[in-house]
Write a protein that binds this ligand. Structure first.
Ligand SMILES: Cc1cc2nc3c(=O)[nH]c(=O)nc-3n(C[C@H](O)[C@H](O)[C@H](O)COP(=O)(O)OP(=O)(O)OC[C@H]3O[C@@H](n4cnc5c(N)ncnc54)[C@H](O)[C@@H]3O)c2cc1C
Ligand code: FES
Length: 276
């Protein structure tokens, strides 16, 4: 916890990668920053414009610094600034890490099923890193990832490498036929029916547009997965990011503090209600 919890720490941008149209991954280096757990997020501050919650998409040590990646899609003022004007050497502000991430401890021995849509792969990527680093502790690793077009896929430079992780199954889809695309065409959620799933020993981790996550939980349930073995990461507008202001309220939860990751079990009463 920072001494002044709402004050961002200055962080220097050490790398910027073009991922897809309007999407960039921004690497920042920080000293004395807590190591984020998979699925946690940071508040990223663009000077003079404001702060936005962005998931940690990677984190590793380099010397005495912690390097953290944030994959950002331009949708409004702050994210447009981050993806347009930020370059190596720029300064941004970071506070965090916040929230309850993906449950991984205690899941040893289980098959891990990742279902990501579009930029939703960003908070799921640390799970892939986590399982890869402890490969013998988990069962099979399924990575199902979809985007609208081949150009919209993020982490193109490493998607192929996921297939080299022992005991992994990787399937990538795009929504509509595209010249030269030889992979699956259709929604990523269709892929759930195309894998050899053992519901008794699988934990599913899902992130993408809310409509995609709703379809995913239905498909997973139809394959026999229990609601307490499906986990979703929610996005809501946030201000404080730490359970103080109430902006992110979703039913009786504060998404920033109680989430952003929830089991489907926890969300069942709210997910299907319009306007929450
Ligand atoms: C826990 C969490 C993790 C997130 N991780 C990422 C990430 O890894 N990469 C990424 O690009 N984005 C992520 N987001 C979404 C990101 O925070 C919003 O896109 C951003 O706040 C928009 O701010 P803006 O000033 O650019 O646009 P604004 O002008 O504020 O908004 C532009 C549009 O986006 C919608 N919007 C704004 N904030 C949110 C929000 N929090 N959730 C859903 N819709 C919103 C608005 O309704 C509006 O339609 C995450 C959000 C949360 C809550
Ligand atoms: S953003 Fe303030 S309580 Fe969640």
């Amino acid at each position: 916890m920072l001494a002044k919890p709402l004050t961002p720490l200055p962080a220097v941008v050490t790398g910027v990668i073009d991922e897809a149209p309007l999407v960039k991954t921004i690497y920042v280096a920080l000293r004395d920053f807590p190591e984020p757990a998979p699925g946690q997020f940071n508040m990223v501050y663009a000077r003079g414009l404001g702060e936005v919650p962005i998931s940690v998409s990677d984190a590793f040590r380099r010397g005495d610094r912690l390097v953290i990646a944030h994959t950002v899609r331009s949708v409004g003022a702050v994210t447009k600034h981050l993806t347009t004007f930020i370059e190596v050497g720029s300064q941004v502000g970071i506070r965090g890490p916040y929230g309850r991430g993906w449950p991984l401890e205690g899941m040893e021995g289980m098959d891990v099923l990742i279902v990501g849509g579009g930029i939703g792969l960003a908070p799921l990527r640390p799970i892939i890193r986590y399982v890869e680093a402890r490969r013998d502790s988990f069962g099979r690793l399924f990575i199902l990832y979809g985007a609208r077009t081949p150009h919209d896929l993020i982490y193109k430079h490493e998607l192929g490498k996921y297939t080299e992780i022992p005991n992994s199954v990787v399937k990538v889809s795009i929504d509509k036929p595209y010249e030269g695309w030889t992979g699956y065409v259709g929604f990523v959620t269709d892929l759930i029916d195309r894998i050899d799933l053992d519901p008794s020993r699988t934990t599913a981790y899902v992130c993408g547009p809310e409509v995609m996550m709703k379809v995913a939980v239905r498909r997973l349930a139809s394959r026999g997965l229990k609601a307490d073995k499906m986990f979703l990461s929610l996005e809501r507008r946030m201000r404080c990011g730490m359970g103080v202001c109430g902006t992110c309220q979703f039913g009786h939860y504060f998404v920033c503090k109680d989430g952003p990751v929830f089991s489907y079990d926890e969300l069942m009463n709210y997910l299907w209600v319009d306007g929450i």
